[in-house]
Design a protein around this ligand. Structure first.
Ligand code: AGP
Length: 624
């Protein structure tokens, strides 16, 4: 995914755009760019790599523009390069456009434009968007566009006789998006409109912010928190423009929308580093709070009670689908539901679920877990569930997301904005929401559970009091240069090992593999050699003996085991022992995951990597 931002007001636009882009950089950091109208000229600046490259280029200039758009990119079509960086312009440099999303029919549109003599400088779908809009704006009349551009360049302003009315611009924009398939949030500058940013949106998020003397557009709310807390969530196929004192939004039939701005209570410090070095470090520390605030919010808004109890009666079937860490939270839920409620759970990566012809019907209950609520594969699964007549429930951490709009019910997590690409506090918040969901189903079915939500709260509070920093820093130093690291566990510990392996690999670039401990001898043990590092998780009392057998088998190959466990009697058998608090077996995730998240963070930092923005990744994958 990418981040876009737009501003129209009376103050210097460029510093403000850069500030907002820095809050959006977690959405993609392959390149960044800005376009602004400066004394009639449409100017574009772009840089490959992190935003600081663009900021360093611009800081030498004082740009008087008070209207601008900006973009930070996660490359989907075309490698990270200047040519592929946004903003993209049309051939006469009359318009500049930034885009978050994916234009699925861009090759057809590109072919048709090439057939009319339009040429392209990049591999991106966004350049096609820009040139397609420009083509429609000038009624497919290149002479008019040429004349407009030339006249404009000569007179450095647009004489009204040549000025294209905003009404005509909006009509051309509506026509353009009606021909486009896929997801988009776009912001556009047009020569001659010194104070206007045009926009349109479908599936990709776009937020309108109302400031004192200006309006702003951004891909998410945190990007604008430094300037306002009044927001309007632009809906699918809405389009319009912002001017310093006015925002005009139209629906798909070009009927003006009455804008109702809602106040958002995210404090700016929630999206600032404070005394931490990285957002990942901060967000790991916020994990316990995320659990407590999620449980309290679910209770306060009675989110579970809004889900009709009868959907869990009779022969309902339960499905979970998500991606990455969200899926790993689902794996824990599957384990707990099957282990304690004795209800079978079908679970799959969203990218698999949607193509496996899942057995869905009107008795199906589908849980879709997504921190961002924007992940394309997960959204497609929710659409699939809806079309199958299933009941769908979203567990998301961001307000007013596309996933929420598609599903029937919402169980919100309250981790606050999660900026680091590696999900940590949101994972714990997702677990809290899932455990709460389990208690709701259990209550409706009269099934006793081994845990309560109070015990969940107590387990995170207990764990939060433990200082892991010294032990983890030592272990990080010992293993940071390994090329491969293996994680093993049994039962719920295996699913925790899966998440821990993902966390470490995505921020340290070490190849990490999680295995059910009992599986080792069925092949993977061949990889274990003298000094191999095996990280073992053991929190389940009933599995101590079995895991001890695995520990012996690994030790006999000269490998080094780092054990995360409350069972201190095992310390003599392993290379390193990290003690975690003893909690009820079913609450293990709330005690063991934090030191493993810290380990991933410490190793990334010890390798001088940026744990907040790992290479090739983005915070949410809004393309399939
Ligand atoms: C996790 O650390 C990764 N950032 C990634 O696997 C992420 O969990 C996945 O892309 C799903 O994102 P979502 O929760 O926003 O849908």
């Amino acid at each position: 995914m990418c981040g876009i931002v737009g501003y129209s007001g009376y103050l210097l636009a460029v510093p403000r755009i850069l500030n907002c882009l820095s809050a959006l950089e977690y959405r993609g950091y392959d390149s960044s760019g800005i376009a602004y109208l400066n004394g009639g000229k449409l100017e574009v600046a772009k840089r490959v790599g992190k935003l600081e490259n663009l900021a360093n280029h611009l800081k030498t200039k004082t740009i008087p523009a008070s209207c601008a758009i900006g973009h930070t990119r996660w490359a989907t079509h075309g490698e990270p390069s200047i040519e592929n960086a946004h903003p993209h312009t049309d051939e006469n440099n009359v318009i500049a456009l930034v885009h978050n999303g994916i234009l699925e029919n861009y090759t057809d549109i590109k072919k048709s434009l090439e057939g009319k003599g339009v040429t392209f400088y990049s591999e991106t779908d966004t350049e096609v968007f820009a040139k397609f809009f420009s083509w429609n704006l000038f009624d497919e009349n290149p002479e008019l566009k040429e004349y407009y551009a030339k006249y404009y360049a000569m007179h450095n302003t647009v004489h009204n006789t040549f000025k294209i009315s905003k009404k005509r611009i909006i009509k051309a924009l509506k026509h353009t998006i009606s021909m486009c398939e896929g997801a988009f949030a776009i912001a556009i500058l047009i020569k001659g409109y010194e104070d206007t940013v045009f926009f349109a949106k479908r599936k990709s998020p776009l937020i309108l912010g109302k400031c004192d003397e200006s309006f702003m557009l951004a891909s998410d709310i945190p990007a604008l928190l430094g300037y306002t807390n009044k927001f309007y969530t632009i809906d699918d196929d809405e389009l319009g423009f912002i001017e310093p004192d006015k925002a005009s939004v139209f629906d798909v039939n070009l009927k003006p929308k009455k804008l109702k701005f809602h106040n958002v209570s995210i404090a700016p410090e929630q999206v600032m580093l404070g005394e931490y070095h990285h957002f990942m470090e901060k967000e790991i520390e916020e994990g316990a709070g995320s659990v407590l605030s999620t449980i309290s919010r679910i209770e306060k808004i009675r989110a579970l009670e809004k889900i009709p109890a009868q959907i869990f009666s009779g022969d309902f079937n339960l499905h979970i689908s998500a991606c990455g860490t969200a899926l790993n939270a689902g794996l824990i839920a599957k384990y707990i539901i099957e282990n304690q409620l004795r209800i079978p759970v079908d679970i799959d990566y969203a990218s698999e679920f949607r193509y496996k012809k899942p057995l869905l019907n009107n008795k199906s209950v589908c849980l879709f877990i997504s921190q961002s609520g924007e992940t394309a594969d997960t959204i497609s699964c929710a659409e699939l569930a809806k079309s199958a007549g299933a009941t769908s429930i979203a567990i998301t951490n961001v307000a007013a997301t596309r996933l929420e709009s598609i599903t029937d019910y919402l169980i919100p997590t309250s981790a606050g904005p999660e900026i680091a690409v590696a999900s940590t506090k949101a994972y714990l918040a997702q677990l809290a929401a899932l455990y709460d969901f389990v208690t709701y189903v259990a209550k409706n079915k009269g099934i006793p559970l081994e845990f309560s939500m109070d015990s969940v709260k107590n387990s995170v509070i207990k764990n939060n009091g433990v200082d892991y920093s010294v032990q983890i820093r030592e272990v990080a130093g010992l293993i940071k240069d390994y090329e491969s690291i293996y994680f093993i566990g049994r039962g719920i510990d295996y699913f925790l090992a899966v998440e821990s392996a993902l966390k470490l690999k995505e921020v340290s670039y070490i190849h990490c593999e999680a295995l059910p401990a009992g599986e080792l001898k069925h092949g993977s043990l061949a990889l274990i050699k003298q000094d191999s590092i095996v990280i073992a998780l053991l929190t389940q009392s009933a599995l101590i003996e079995k895991m001890l057998n695995n520990i012996h088998e690994i030790n006999s190959r000269g490998a080094k085991i780092i054990l995360f466990s409350p069972f201190t009697e095992l310390k003599p058998f392993v290379f390193k022992f990290i003690e975690v608090p003893k909690v009820n077996d079913s609450l293990a995730p709330f005690s063991v995951i934090k030191p493993l998240q810290i380990l991933a963070y410490k190793i990334a930092v010890s390798k001088n990597l940026d744990p907040d923005k790992p290479r090739n990744l983005a915070k949410s994958v809004t393309v399939e």
